[in-house]
Write a protein that binds this ligand. Structure first.
Ligand code: GLC
Length: 530
């Protein structure tokens, strides 16, 4: 096996499928596994190496599947285990690897473990699966990431902890029984043949002993603040031995199984501790996703990324969009009335400029795809999909929307089903019936895949071209150096092997002194040099 095969995850382009919204075979308006299987050929032709599926396990769907009630079965919404096996076999026959989402920080409140805990008495071993506490008031000041307190009280007076929705109780990872149960879950899917896992919220799994208050009440729900000590619910050292054991389990299987942690840990030098050689293979470089798109910020982030990940021998895993943030084609579409893009746009925001946003987004993607390392793409970005302020409140399902009384619109905007065939029906070919769990905005018929397929200059063909070139030049395993004479306040240029990548961040034309290089505003060029 050559090096590229051996370390596939170091350079892989991994495409995130959000099963609810990718393709719907049974026409009920909700995407499903047979839908995915039927469209895998289109992903092969896009030129990606692997897919990651957001959760499709049994779930009451209170947080779109991130509330799992049975880790070893498929939710009937998405099909059956047989459908999963068929999808996996088809992906493998096309040479695509498959990562699945594992949600270990919390279960659904409908999981057997939680139902048993509620039925058992305070102090029982069943309650030891979760964090239960006595008291007349919530045991501490922690807040849910989706808004409101992180504690809910049972009729018998005990409180249980949930860093997300009240339907997502946090597991007690100090309990060896929880640890063993998850090792069995890993083996269940590895035995079925999955190539690895994307692990949800791994940095939340450990809690400081005694569950002390967050030191800053004002920010008890704000995640963490870089440069400040870890809050008691994030980044506890106790989680690392767990992942080392998981890594050993993955390594005991043939075929280089891999795991990517959604470790929202900054600075990057801390994040890199999660990808030491015996822990995760990858962690999403969220610093890159969050960086303002300016030459100064991006240069700093790239430098820090290579320094931090390089120090532990890990690749950087670049990412610009996923199912939790505003699509980058909208994020980059000028002023939408807010500085944060963790939620999508709603009725109180300005509609981002679709043309400008798309131009910048494609240029940003091209700039990123030239970098060595691995890259995650989010379904629909290859079509240039934007988000819209028009998504009506009655359709919104993200718990953030309800828990904040609509103050935060949440993440539904980036989760709207994909348009495949323009105007064949109301869902633009997402299925045969036109039904769609979130309605597509009117503009989506203009972005449908069939309108872009084979059309030179379309977003889809641009992605295909770049992915093919990336593979041909082996850029993922490549090298990196800045080309300082082409870097300025509004431009960055780097070399990866024989490829020179230049990006113009500015709104003016960029021209080199000798006139050989000419870039439009918000443009990236790839120049192959011998
Ligand atoms: C992760 C998921 C997000 C989910 C949360 C709770 O951040 O990406 O969608 O809501 O974890 O499981």
């Amino acid at each position: 096996m050559d090096q590229a095969q051996l370390d596939w995850w170091r350079s892989a382009v991994i495409y995130q499928i959000y099963p609810r919204s990718f393709a719907d075979a049974n026409g009920d308006g909700m995407g499903d596994l047979p839908g995915i299987t039927s469209r895998l050929g289109s992903l092969k032709s896009l030129g990606i190496d692997a897919i990651w599926l957001s959760p499709f396990m049994r779930s009451p769907q209170k947080d779109a599947g991130y509330d799992v009630s049975d880790y070893c079965d498929v939710d009937p919404l998405f099909g059956t285990l047989d459908d999963f096996d068929r999808m996996l076999a088809t992906a493998h026959s096309l040479g695509l690897r498959v990562l699945i989402d594992l949600v270990p920080n919390h279960t659904s409140d409908q999981h057997e473990w939680f139902k048993r805990a509620v039925a058992a008495s305070p102090g029982s071993p069943e309650r030891e699966f979760y964090h239960f506490r006595d008291g007349d008031t919530p045991p501490n000041n922690w807040q849910s990431m989706f808004g409101g307190p992180a504690w809910t009280r049972l009729p018998d007076g005990q409180w249980y902890c949930h860093l997300f929705d009240s339907s997502q109780p946090d597991l007690n990872w100090e309990n060896p029984k929880v640890q063993e149960a998850f090792e069995d879950i890993l083996r269940f899917w590895l035995d079925r043949g999955v190539d690895g896992f994307r692990v949800d919220q791994p940095h939340a799994m450990g809690k400081a002993a005694g569950l002390p208050d967050h030191p800053d009440v004002e920010r008890a729900g704000a995640g963490f603040i870089e440069g400040e000590p870890s809050p008691p619910m994030w980044f506890q050292e106790s989680v690392h031995p767990i992942f080392r054991r998981w890594r050993a389990i993955l390594d005991s299987y043939p075929g280089e199984r891999a795991m990517c942690g959604e470790a929202y840990v900054l600075p990057l030098s801390f994040m890199a501790l999660w990808v030491r050689p015996d822990e995760f293979h990858q962690t999403f470089n969220f610093r890159y996703l969050d960086s303002p798109w300016t030459a100064k910020d991006i240069r700093k982030t790239i430098d820090e990324s290579f320094a931090a990940f390089g120090a532990v021998g890990a690749p950087s895993t670049w990412v610009l969009s996923n199912h939790d943030v505003m699509r980058h084609a909208s994020r980059m579409g000028g002023d939408f009335g807010r500085t944060t893009a963790s939620d999508g746009v709603g009725p109180n925001d300005k509609q981002p400029d679709a043309e400008l946003g798309l131009k910048r987004a494609v240029a940003a993607t091209l700039f990123t795809l030239g970098l060595p390392g691995s890259m995650y793409l989010y379904q629909g970005e290859e079509l240039g999909l934007p988000e819209h302020t028009t998504l009506a409140p009655e359709f919104r399902q993200d718990p953030t929307f309800a828990r904040t009384n609509g103050e935060r619109v949440g993440r539904d905007g980036c989760r709207v089903p994909l348009p495949w065939e323009s105007n064949v029906n109301e869902s633009n070919g997402f299925n045969q019936t036109g039904k769609s769990w979130l309605p597509q905005p009117a503009s989506y018929s203009n972005y449908a895949r069939d309108l872009q397929e084979g059309v030179e200059g379309s977003t889809l063909e641009t992605y295909k071209w770049a992915l093919a070139k990336r593979k041909e030049l082996n850029l993922g395993h490549g090298t990196f150096e800045w080309v300082n004479e082409l870097c300025s306040d509004t431009s960055l240029a780097y070399r990866n092997g024989s490829l020179l990548v230049i990006h113009n961040f500015g709104d003016d034309v960029l021209e080199s002194e000798n006139g050989l290089i000419h870039l439009e505003a918000n443009q990236t060029v790839w120049l192959e040099q011998s």
